[in-house]
Write a protein that binds this ligand. Structure first.
Ligand code: SF4
Length: 257
């Protein structure tokens, strides 16, 4: 599925986005999807360059609007498999309204969000997921705002499938994306991923290894969170797969396959 003519890629050394693309393509292969029935759609940002590396039809759209374009494609061709690549800025700031309404409508698609806690491509500005106290070009004294919890937001808005892993959890992430693709309705997979160039630089994690170590602490938090949810939170339809926070049986917009 990779476009070899587009390689080498332009991601910075140590970026986590390549891992996420790889896990997503492994899930697509697991699903046995055909190229002429699968469309990758993205907005703007480092994460949104991903469809350009994939050998199939893709739409690289305007900032924050990937879900609106994806909804249109699904309405026109309900038989197509839709995968959206997005980032925390693209999805939760500019595209925040599209995000909650796509979850509410449960449009049948898989949304993979590379959440690196900052705007990478546009220069390191704070995003809606920048943690309180973290530094960015727009929060030089540390962010004073609470951060969005994207997985919880998707659950609250009604998405049928929600999972959160990190680029450190390659196997779990691949399984979670596959499970999302198998679930009718909107499947949202948040991936905490590293941006050594911007998040790392602004938060004194200059070496890639420092950034990976930082991500490891996120990995532990994510695992702890997933365990807590698995043990303590009622799962509406009783199903639970590894990495899955909540899976609900709700009507989905658009028939899949
Ligand atoms: Fe990756 Fe950050 Fe570089 Fe963008 S700026 S390619 S997210 S490391």
């Amino acid at each position: 599925w990779l476009r070899k003519d587009r390689l080498p890629h332009i991601y910075c050394t140590g970026c986590g986005n390549g891992t996420v693309i790889n896990c997503t393509l492994a899930a697509v292969e697991e699903m046995g999807w055909k190229r002429n029935e699968t469309v990758f759609i993205s907005g703007i940002g480092c994460s949104s360059r991903a469809p350009g590396y994939i050998l199939t039809d893709s739409l690289h759209t305007t900032h924050g609007r990937a879900l609106a374009f994806a909804t249109g494609v699904k309405l026109a061709r309900p038989d197509f498999n839709i995968v959206v690549f997005t980032g925390d800025g693209d999805l939760a700031a500019i595209g925040g309204n599209h995000f909650i309404h796509a979850c509410r409508r449960n449009v049948d698609m898989t949304v993979v969000c590379m959440n690196n806690l900052i705007y990478g491509m546009t220069g390191g500005q704070g995003s809606p997921t920048t943690p309180p106290g973290a530094f960015s070009t727009t929060t030089p004294y540390g962010s004073s705002e609470p951060a969005f919890d994207l997985a919880e937001l998707a659950v609250a808005a009604g998405a049928n499938y929600v999972a959160r892993w990190t680029s450190y959890h390659v196997k779990e992430l691949t399984k979670a994306i596959t499970a999302g693709m198998q679930t009718p309705g909107l499947a949202f997979v948040e991936v905490r991923t590293q941006c050594p160039t911007n998040y790392g630089r602004h938060n004194k994690l200059r070496r890639v290894s420092d950034m990976i170590e930082y991500l490891r602490s996120h990995a532990m938090l994510v695992e702890k969170y997933n365990r807590t949810v698995a043990e303590g939170r009622p799962i509406p339809d009783g199903t639970f797969t590894v990495g899955e926070l909540v899976r609900r049986s709700r009507p989905a917009m658009g028939a899949r396959r």
